[in-house]
Write a protein that binds this ligand. Structure first.
Ligand code: KG4
Ligand code: ZN
Length: 363
């Protein structure tokens, strides 16, 4: 008897990406039939950050044709969908509503279940289920579900969140710590703005930092790495680091008041600031994970996901930790709907060993 695959149609509209994905799961294999991510970066770039009203309107104008594009890419008709999954939160409310209402309408019209997904939890799903995925190479290919060895530590580092958790299984999670103020990616974006880089700042800072070659440039600035204290071994704090960078720029340029645009900084100073900021930002992540490795010596694997996990230095630093590290595939680190579809599989008992147990609420 052949098993009928479960076909998930997933939507992600929590921030500035309108994304639709269609995946199929059959026994211990998954294939991604469509992976469409339409970024709004250009619409928000002039404002140096995401403008909620623009984001919602942009999703509204694109969601239907992106859904149709995904169905075409997957060569499916809506009637072949067995489940609809959608990001329910956290995120920008107007942006979320576009995806949620579209998904609800679709599920109702098809008389299929609708699964509500927590965006931050979903960032981890690719690292929990797949060892590799690239839309250029693996679209349509059946990929084996490869679970990491448990217990595991899981770090999700994105533009809006930093979460460190201890996982006894894919669905049994203890949240150890999270952002106390700015998230790590948010700090990359804010410092990027101070250096005159386009939004989002992460990729630009990484590039500038790589250009700082001499030891002089690498050591020109000393920013706080925020080593955790006894009471706060796992919390993440980045607002102080961002302020330190701002003060350093004011000192360098002599601009005491007003907006900083990075215009008055020589390229070498920018490279040095980017390098020293990146170093301090990433060391904080390493420090929190090292604390958790001390407190949970039974840890077998470290899982890493979220937009910041695309940073190569981040990856190199984490490879130096004393437990095996499993990163989400780079193409599934930034916001996308494939992670939403994959997480919906964890919330059902379709995969052996996974329980019906959502992680978190939506905000
Ligand atoms: O996970 P994500 O796509 O969206 C959120 O859920 O927030 O993460 C976006 C964040 C942005 O803050 C962006 O600057 C950061 O990921 N980012 C990076 C890099 N690429 C993206 N940060 C550091 N280095 C990068 N290469
Ligand atoms: Zn995200």
């Amino acid at each position: 008897m052949t098993t009928i695959p479960c076909t998930v149609f997933a939507i992600e509209t929590s921030c500035d990406e309108t994304a639709v994905s269609i995946i199929q799961q059959k026994e211990e294999h998954i294939r991604v039939l469509a992976h469409v991510v339409e970024s709004q970066t250009e619409s928000h770039a002039p404002f140096g950050g995401v403008v909620p009203e623009i984001a919602a309107r942009d999703h509204l104008s694109k969601i239907h044709w992106i859904a149709e594009k995904a169905l075409k890419e997957a060569n499916l008709t809506p009637s072949e969908i067995t489940k609809v999954a959608v990001t329910m939160g956290p995120g920008l409310i107007g942006a979320l509503m576009v995806g949620v209402l579209y998904a609800r309408g679709l599920a109702l019209s098809l008389n299929k279940p609708l699964v509500a997904i927590n965006h931050v939890d979903a960032h981890l799903a690719p690292a929990l289920l797949l060892e590799k995925f690239s839309p250029n190479e693996n679209l349509n290919q059946w990929l084996p579900i490869k679970s990491p060895v448990f217990p595991a530590l899981a770090l999700t580092v994105s533009g809006g969140h930093c979460h460190l958790s201890f996982l006894r299984s894919p669905t049994e999670r203890i949240l150890l710590g999270k952002s106390l103020d700015d998230a790590c990616g948010e700090a990359f974006d804010k410092v990027g703005k101070l250096l005159g880089l386009p939004y989002p700042g992460g990729p630009g800072i990484e590039k500038l930092a790589q250009q700082a070659e001499s030891d002089l440039l690498k050591n020109q600035f000393s920013f706080p790495t925020k080593i955790a204290d006894k009471e706060n071994r796992y919390g993440f704090s980045y607002s102080g680091l961002k302020t330190s960078v701002m003060e350093a720029i004011r000192k360098e340029t002599g601009i005491k008041k007003g907006k900083i645009t990075g215009q008055d900084l020589p390229l070498e100073t920018k490279q040095s600031l980017a390098y020293c900021f990146e170093e301090a930002a990433l060391q904080q992540l390493v420090n929190r994970v090292e604390n958790a490795l001390c407190d949970f010596p039974e840890t077998q694997t470290i899982l890493v996901a979220g937009g910041v996990a695309q940073n190569q230095k981040f990856r190199d630093l984490f490879q130096g930790l004393r437990k095996p590290v499993r990163f989400a595939p780079p193409s599934l680190c930034s916001d996308n709907a494939t992670m939403i579809a994959l997480h919906s599989l964890l919330l059902t008992d379709q995969i052996d060993g996974f329980e019906k147990q959502p992680f978190s609420k939506y905000s």
